[in-house]
Design a protein around this ligand. Structure first.
Ligand code: PGA
Length: 262
């Protein structure tokens, strides 16, 4: 069984002091939780201080974005080497807000995924269709294109720890969620693409999160679906009580695979 992974994407929220207060509380509250992998992705400015608090705990650190070059004249950007140095294990790549507001293309996402892996970071590669794409019946085509372009030319060995986050754009921050069974269908479809591109092993071991208006009320339904291996949470991860409820709603009984490699 794949180990569920719950990631908090704080986006452009929380100052350093607020981030630290949150993770100090979370560290205590989630101390005994080992059947779910928990990742906190604060803004860049808080990474170093949050890393200190998370040291030697069961909580992991992730960044919300990165540039693909190692170093150089790229004003305002952060490199994978810097993220590793600060203690990040994960990095969110290709979030729909990056694609939409900062014009990141599938090719950019691919460069970031490839670079993250080569510097020993695990990418959480986000993808998902927009409302008009869903309404015009193009969901699966869009998802297929994003998976194929994101992983273009990467080997089985390179992608074995990668996480995919299926986040329908129309569900992000809107209060609308894909129904658990709709999410499950798309996840299943993603596995079929992975099987074609790689093999059964990759298709059955890669963890696929759902994201988009996840909250304490809908977590149970989502996690009951076989192909949903956790969630990427925005708004509801900003509050410790709702985030804890989501974590507690995400556990699965039995031995689990994944997440022990970082
Ligand atoms: P949301 O955001 O939970 O606020 O919808 C999810 C995300 O953007 O990852």
């Amino acid at each position: 069984m794949r180990k569920p992974i719950i990631a908090a994407n704080w986006k452009m929220n929380k100052a350093i002091s607020e981030s630290v207060d949150f993770v100090k509380d979370l560290k205590d509250l989630a101390m005994d939780i080992f059947n779910v992998e928990i990742v906190i992705c604060p803004p860049f400015i808080s990474l170093a201080t949050v890393a200190e608090v998370l040291k030697d705990t069961n909580l992991k650190l992730g960044a919300q974005n990165m540039y693909w070059e190692k170093s150089g004249a790229f004003t305002g950007e952060i490199s994978p080497v810097m993220l590793r140095d600060i203690g990040c294990h994960y990095v969110i790549v290709g979030h729909s807000e990056r694609r939409e507001y900062f014009k990141e293309t599938d090719e950019d996402v691919h460069r970031k995924v490839k670079s993250a892996i080569s510097f020993n970071l695990i990418p959480i590669m986000c993808l998902g269709e927009k409302l008009q794409e869903r309404e015009s019946g193009n969901t699966l085509d869009v998802v297929e294109r994003q998976v194929k372009k994101g992983l273009d030319g990467l080997t089985k060995e390179e992608i074995k720890n990668l996480i995919i986050a299926y986040e329908p754009v129309w569900a992000i921050g809107t209060g609308k969620t894909a129904s658990p069974s709709d999410a499950n269908e798309v996840h299943k479809f993603i596995r079929s693409i992975l099987k074609k591109l790689y093999d059964e092993e990759i298709s059955s071991t890669i963890r696929i999160q759902y994201g988009g208006s996840v909250n304490p009320e809908n977590i149970d339904g989502l996690m009951k679906e076989e192909e949903v291996d956790g969630v990427l949470v925005g708004g509801a991860s900003l509050n410790i009580n709702s985030f804890m409820k989501i974590i507690k709603g995400s556990g699965r009984p039995g031995p689990m695979k994944g997440g022990d490699q970082v």
